[in-house]
Design a protein around this ligand. Structure first.
Ligand code: GUN
Ligand code: ZN
Length: 440
């Protein structure tokens, strides 16, 4: 916690969903915000807030843009070390790069090292919350929640469960141990501080029906937990699922039949959906997570943002580290824009920012708390230099409004754009940068 702070800058408050409200009604630009006891206490003009909070410590970020911290709704922190691995599509990529790396998390010290590294990297990119897969090792969950607690971050995570022989020996649990270990982790972490537990079957191809049923039962016993998995990412994967679950109507049905479809379910990728799957996801108010850099990097396909928005689904945005090719939600917004262009449905800067903040927060069922500047929400913020490189600066200089000023940073920005990352009102950027600069 911290004392009262008056933070000055261009405070861009998305007050309504720009997929639904006209742009003019969707945002308000303030000159300052006040943080008290780690929460947002007020927004307004410099003069008014200075007068109302004369004792506040003043932090002046000049013309920098102040936003809610980014919320990355689907990542695999254990894949930090294999990000940007060349030349494979999903199934070969998992077998060649991912599974051997995840095996290393049998060593808890390695897990702790990567969890700390990962969270420092995301803080340096302005991300203050993530929903992460861990590995099959319970210690990998302890590692991530511990590192998150040390940084004050709201993290959603869970032990990845895999009990089929499609996963390599050494990276398998059983239906019973997955249930028992996940339940023990829920008791240890769920709702402690800012930690939220997500029950985590990796995806249907690496679980037996018995394991999916055990995890469905666990979710029914702990309905305040979230549930995360993968859905219809690549066409080869869908054919594989059909072979492994011949009785299922479609991919989603492999989850639905085992109690793993519901509000609170986060379904990553969700690219190649059939009509019944979209209907059911909409009916139960589930979340789908768009992972644009991953979907191009691993060659998966083009997410149908416009179609799924029209159905009213909760849609989050995510890097999918390390199937995605960047830790940056700026780069991720750029990729979402590019995919929108390929689908002839370009996204406005306000929509991109909404997805990276409030959209992901809604997908994680945390909208009152994060991804927003609403009074009473936690002061998780990122502060962006809108002229962080000469290339961006020369373009932003010609801007006629806030959106033209912001868009070059969304398209071309990276971690150099970060001026500060606040978590619960505490400045976290320079310490994270200093830790990353130390030799490992
Ligand atoms: N499907 C199952 N596991 C994974 C994973 O680790 N990354 C991606 N992108 N897709 C998956
Ligand atoms: Zn994933």
């Amino acid at each position: 916690m911290s004392g009262t702070k008056l933070i000055l800058g261009q405070v861009l408050d998305l007050v309504a969903d720009p997929f639904k409200a006209p742009l003019g009604e969707a945002h308000v630009l303030h000159e300052a915000l006040v943080v008290a006891q780690g929460k947002i206490a007020a927004l307004g003009t410099k003069a008014n807030l200075r007068a109302a909070y004369p004792e506040a410590e003043i932090l002046d970020h000049g013309h920098a843009l102040i936003l809610p911290g980014f919320v990355d709704a689907h990542v695999h922190f254990p894949q930090t070390g294999i990000i940007a691995s060349w030349g494979k599509r999903l199934i070969d990529w998992l077998n060649s790069y991912t599974f051997p790396e995840e095996m290393r998390f049998g060593d808890p010290a390695y897990g702790a090292e990567i969890a700390a590294l990962y969270l420092d990297l995301v803080l340096c990119h302005g991300t203050t919350s993530v929903t992460s897969f861990c590995t099959i090792h319970p210690a990998s969950v302890d590692a991530l929640f511990t590192a998150a607690q040390e940084r004050g971050m709201a993290v959603v995570a869970g032990k990845t469960c895999m009990d089929r022989d499609t996963a390599p020996p050494g990276l398998r649990d059983t239906a019973q141990s997955a249930y028992d270990d996940s339940r023990a982790l829920i008791e240890r972490w769920h709702g402690k501080g800012r930690a939220t537990y997500a029950i985590t079957p990796r995806f249907s191809p690496t679980s037996t029906p018995d394991q999916l049923a055990a995890l469905g039962a666990l979710w029914a016993e702990h309905p305040s937990c979230l549930m995360q998995t993968h859905l219809s990412e690549q066409t080869d994967e869908i054919a594989w699922v059909r072979g492994l679950y011949p009785q299922a109507r479609d991919y989603l049905d492999t989850y639905e039949a085992h109690g793993l479809l519901g509000a609170g379910g986060l379904y990553g990728h969700a690219i190649h959906l059939v009509a019944r799957e979209i209907d059911r996801l909409a009916e139960v108010d589930a979340s789908v997570i768009h992972c644009p850099t991953s979907n191009t990097f691993i060659g998966s396909g083009l997410f149908d943002m416009a179609g799924l928005q029209a159905r009213g689904l909760r849609i989050g945005l995510a890097t999918d580290t390390g199937g995605g090719s960047s830790f940056s939600m700026l780069r991720t917004m750029a990729a979402a824009y590019e995919i929108g262009q390929l689908r002839h449905a370009p996204l406005h800067a306000a929509q991109l920012l909404w997805l990276a903040t409030a959209g992901s927060a809604q997908a994680q069922h945390q909208s009152g708390d994060i991804g927003t500047l609403a009074v009473g929400s936690v002061a998780d913020l990122c502060v962006l230099d809108l002229a962080s490189t000469p290339a961006i600066a020369q373009r932003a200089q010609r801007a006629n409004d806030i959106w033209e000023a912001v868009f070059p940073t969304l398209m071309m920005g990276d971690d150099r754009a970060l001026i500060e990352t606040y978590v619960g009102g505490v400045a976290r950027l320079s310490a994270a940068r200093a830790r990353l600069a130390r030799p490992r």
